[in-house]
Design a protein around this ligand. Sequence first.
Ligand code: SF4
Ligand code: SF4
Length: 354
Amino acid sequence: MLHFVLTTGKCNLRCNYCGGSFPEHAVPFEITYDLAQLERFIEADPAPIVAFYGGEPLLNPKAIARIMDTVKAKFVIQTNGTLVEGLSPEHWRRMDAVLMSIDGTEKTTDAYRGNGIYRRVMKSARALREWGFNGDLIARMAVSERTDIYGDVMHLIGLGMFDHVHWQLDVGWSDAWIDFDGWVEASYKPGIRRLVARFRKGLADGSVLGMVPILGILKRLREGGSSPPCGSGTESFAIMPDGVIRACPISYDAEWAVAGNIKQSTLATLPRKGILGECLECSHLRGCGGRCLYMNRERFWGEEGFRKICALTKYTIDEVSTLIEAVDEAKRGKLVDIELLDYPPFNNSTEIVP
Ligand code: SF4
Ligand code: SF4
C-alpha cells in the first residue's frame, strides 16, 4: 500500500497552477497527531511505501527523519526541490524515489514556478547525487499552456541528471487556460506523437528513454494495473497533518474522500473508494484506469470538459500502443535492458496517465 504522508499543508512557493499552501484551517501546517499512531498504522502493512507530500514536505524535515528512522518501508518524496538541505545526506541515500518538480527548460519552469527556480532545482538535483543518492530521480513536470511537450521533455531527458521524466496535465480544475483546444491540436498532440517516435527510435538504438507515461502505459497495456493508476482510494491513501485519512492527497475538502482517521482506523477497516461511472464501460480502461479518482468524482470542468480530457487520454494511449510491436521486437532481439521496461517497479506515486 502507498501511504501519502502530508508533513505540512504549507508551501514556500506559489506556482501559478497551484497557488501555494492549502488553507491552514483545512490542512494544518504542522502534524497534530502522535507520530507513534502513524508508525503503528504503517507497520501493520506488509509492504508499505511511504510518500512524503505537502504542501512542501521539506518544511517539516524532522517528521520525515523520524518516520524514516522508525518504520521499515520504501520511501518516496514529492518535493519542489528548493529545501533539500533540510534532510541529512544519510536520509536522502535511503530514499527509493525522489520526485522533483521541474517543468522543462529554464524558461518554461521559471514562467510557472518563479524566477530562479530552475537553477535552484538543478542545484538540488546535483547535490543529491553528490550526497550519494542513487535511487530513482524523477523530474516531475506540470504541463500547461506554455509547455512545448516535446521540447520540454527532451530538454529534461537530455540533461542526463534525471532517471525518469513524468508529466501531468494541469487540467480538470485549473481556470488559467486561454485556449486549451488550440494548444491540444497545435502543440500537445503533435508533441506526443514526436515523443512516441523518439521512444521508438531509442529502442532501435538500444536505449529505453525514461518517459514515465510511455513506460507506465505500456506496462498497464501488458499487465493491467490499479484503477486509478495512482491507486488512490484502493491501494493508496493520504494521511493529512491532522490525522484524517483521505482517498487522495489533494481531496482535502471532499466529503466522499474521507476514509478514516489515524487514531482509530486500521488498514483492514478503511473503506475503499473506487472509480465510478462511464470509466467502467470505457474502451480505454485498461490503459487509463480511470486516470484520476479526484477527477472521476469532481467534474470542475463539467461533463464536456471531462470528455475533452478523456479524448486526449485516449489519443495518448492509442499513440503509445503503437509501440507494442517495437517493444516486443526489442525484447526478442535483446536490444535493450528488459528490466528498464518494467516501470514503475512499485507504486512510486507517479500517476502514469498524464
Ligand atoms: S478515458 Fe476517460 S472515461 Fe475512459 S477510463 Fe479514462 S477517464 Fe475514464
Ligand atoms: S491522480 Fe488524481 S486521484 Fe490520484 S493522487 Fe493525483 S489527484 Fe489524487
